[in-house]
Design a protein around this ligand. Structure first.
Ligand SMILES: Nc1ncnc2c1ncn2[C@@H]1O[C@H](COP(=O)(O)OP(=O)(O)OP(=O)(O)O)[C@@H](O)[C@H]1O
Length: 325
């Protein structure tokens, strides 16, 4: 079982005869186990710590069947020198990786499925996560073994609305937030009015609120959520994980340029800009500190970065803890 990927339009004969086609990271791992005694105690996934790969280890989805069980075995078995070796348990060669993984007790006693789910939450979209979860359940894992939130018992199926709508429309209103719309600055007010007018006129629309840190985006969203929920309409607040932005090379502006601005939705989005730094505005010390950095008076490291003063970090931490309580 040696997998080779190719484009549908490629000539198969050429693919099969391509130089190096018989090699993969896995076959080289088998080879290293054959040649080097040191390699034999290292798991496949830990191999890059000791040997250099020219590429990264690929992951496998539980729905991929045998390929997935091969990955499970590789996560637990060392010193394998061939596929057959991986399928051998207590001297018996088993016909499939699935059976070999099962015989080794790697399926039920193992947390590979949980790990796979945890790993996937980092980069998969919700629809893929749902599919993965359903696949894991179909593989015999009990739904009770997952720490799912309790089902709200107050939901009455006879009321005629779906649970999701019921839950969203019964979110408790944050009374403090209902007053925020009275103290918006002019940029926030303009954005607020434009969004609310689309809601009030039932027009719909996609808006992109663009503003550097501290310009009051969250403040604006809180005001919007409060007023919309106060009108007994549904407002759903979601957030992306931001993982793409942290792993992709390039600055924030480059990432936005290459993803969001290329989106077919971009031209139909209404762009709302917030420019006034409200964080600095509501904290004179922070404003002074920013001016100090702007004037080049704050000490920087070799990369031109400024060490954030602990006084400010502690203040923000204090605020965050107050909010949590
Ligand atoms: N109109 C306003 N009146 C009074 N305070 C405001 C106003 N807008 C924002 N603030 C305050 O300014 C600070 C920064 O606002 P906020 O957290 O909403 O900014 P942000 O753009 O979401 O920042 P970041 O991008 O860093 O998360 C907060 O303390 C917020 O309460």
């Amino acid at each position: 079982m040696h997998m080779v990927s190719f484009q549908a339009a490629q000539n198969i004969e050429r693919v099969v005869n391509r130089e190096g086609v018989e090699k993969s990271m896995l076959t080289e791992y088998f080879e290293a186990n054959r040649l080097h005694e040191d390699a034999r105690s290292i798991l496949y996934r830990d191999f890059p710590e000791w040997y250099t790969w020219q590429t990264r280890i690929v992951s496998a989805h539980p729905a991929e069947g045998e390929r997935y069980y091969l990955r499970v075995l590789l996560n637990h078995v060392t010193h394998a020198t061939s596929y057959e070796d991986l399928r051998t348990v207590n001297g018996e060669i088993l016909p499939t990786f699935h059976e070999a993984a099962e015989r080794r007790g790697l399926i039920e006693g193992d947390n590979t499925l949980d790990e796979s789910l945890t790993e996937s939450t980092l980069y998969e979209m919700p629809s893929s996560l749902r599919r993965l979860f359903a696949t894991i359940l179909s593989m015999g894992k009990e739904i009770e073994s997952f720490p799912l939130p309790d089902i709200q018992e107050e939901y009455d199926t006879s009321i005629g609305v779906t649970r999701e709508i019921f839950e969203e429309s019964t979110i408790e209103l944050n009374v403090e937030d209902t007053y925020l719309s009275d103290s918006l600055n002019s940029d926030q007010r303009a954005a607020y009015d434009e969004i609310m007018s689309a809601i009030d006129r039932d027009e719909g629309g996609v808006f992109f609120v663009d503003g550097p840190g501290g310009t009051g985006k969250t403040f604006l969203y809180r005001a919007l959520l409060a007023v919309v929920r106060g009108q007994k309409k549904i407002a759903i607040a979601t957030a992306t994980s931001g993982v793409a932005a942290s792993i992709m090379p390039g600055s924030r502006a480059q990432i936005i340029n290459s993803s969001l601005r290329r989106s077919y939705l971009w031209d139909s989005m209404r762009h709302l800009k917030l420019v006034r730094n409200m964080r600095a505005h509501s904290d004179p010390w922070f404003a002074e500190y920013l001016l100090h950095i702007g004037d080049g008076k704050e000490e920087t490291n070799r990369d031109g970065e400024v060490a954030f003063q602990t006084r400010y970090v502690c203040q923000e931490l204090g605020r965050t803890l107050t909010l949590i309580h």
